[in-house]
Design a protein around this ligand. Structure first.
Ligand code: CP
Ligand code: NVA
Length: 305
């Protein structure tokens, strides 16, 4: 693997396969890994709120024998304008890895550039690679082989959509995104994913029709309509996304045995009905759990000496 995990595009196919195998073993045999990062420290920089990412990284590094250091950007000098380059260089003198959740994607890119230690993207406005990698683990648990499966994402063409698209392209899964016009994914990133999908003989489809996206899908995925930082657009988005709720009628149009996925936090009654979110097809808590197993695998591969 490269020094850092910034996006899934920068991983090799073999890296993803290796992380999936490792995360599966770490979940089955946690005791075998208890001292693998003994004495190491992960700095965790947060510009935005988090439940899953913060707790799963902190507990995960503890389970590997290391320590997590929570750094709210409000409390460190970064929040008062200290350059990212200095933050990255200084932290690299103290810690063995940095996980960062930032608004601008460029902030994580800059941290990776200037830090001499590994940098892991814990969500930016553009990507959420740890989420999508953990989701691949969850899909594999429920459906076996990833290759040839189809994931339909219904909603905003956001950070989670981008990472899922790239995760599917890397692992030979068909991907379809249904978003209202005006909320499509980044065109350059779609082109990159399409080139990768072509190599695997699968497709990346963009549509404004949720029914078209979910047809034949083994996974139906949704995320909030207004992401962190977009709270002022909430009301407008609720109007623009009418017809994009994943409900029982939409799930019925997916493949038989389809699972429902959501990165959480979820807004029941908006992007997903409570019936689907809490229903028998939903695997949302498996997803949340697998964040920790997958991130332990990522930390091990990037930080183990
Ligand atoms: N899915 C996810 O990243 O959740 P948090 O925002 O709680 O970390
Ligand atoms: N798209 C959401 C994901 C939260 C985990 C956001 O960025 O707020």
């Amino acid at each position: 693997m490269n020094k850092d995990l910034v996006t899934i595009f920068e991983l090799e196919d073999a890296d993803v396969a290796d992380l999936l195998a490792l995360a599966k073993d770490m979940k089955a045999n946690p005791g075998a890994y208890r001292t693998r990062l003994a004495g190491q420290t992960l700095a965790m920089i947060f510009e935005k709120s988090s439940t899953r990412t913060r707790v799963s990284f902190e507990v995960g590094i503890n389970q590997l024998g290391g320590t997590g250091l929570f750094l709210s950007s409000r409390d460190i000098q970064l929040g008062r304008g200290e350059p990212l380059s200095d933050t990255a260089r200084v932290l690299s003198r103290y810690v063995d890895g940095i996980m960062a959740r930032t608004f601008a994607h460029q902030s994580v890119v800059d941290l990776a550039t200037y830090a001499s230690v590994p940098v892991i993207n814990g969500l930016t406005d553009f990507n959420h690679p740890c989420q999508a990698l953990a989701d691949l683990q969850t899909i594999a648990e429920h459906h076996g082989d990833l290759r040839g499966r189809k994931l339909a994402y219904v909603g905003d063409g956001n950070n989670v959509a981008h990472s899922l698209m790239m995760a599917c392209a890397r692992t030979g899964m068909d991907f379809a995104c249904a978003a209202p016009s005006g909320y499509r994914m980044d065109a350059d990133y779609v082109a990159k994913a399409r080139a990768l999908a072509d190599r695997h003989g699968v497709t990346v489809v963009e549509t404004t029709s949720p029914a078209e996206a979910v047809a034949g899908a083994h996974v139906v995925y949704s995320d909030v309509w207004a992401s962190m930082g977009q709270e002022a657009e909430q009301k407008k988005r609720e109007q623009d996304f009418v017809g994009f709720q994943v409900d029982q009628a939409l799930m019925a149009q997916a493949a038989s045995g389809a699972i429902f996925m959501h990165c959480l936090p979820a807004h029941r009654g908006e992007e997903v009905s409570a019936e689907v979110c809490d229903g028998p097809q939903s695997v949302i808590y498996d997803q949340a759990e697998n964040r920790m197993h997958m991130q332990k695998a990522i930390m091990l591969r990037l930080m183990e000496r």
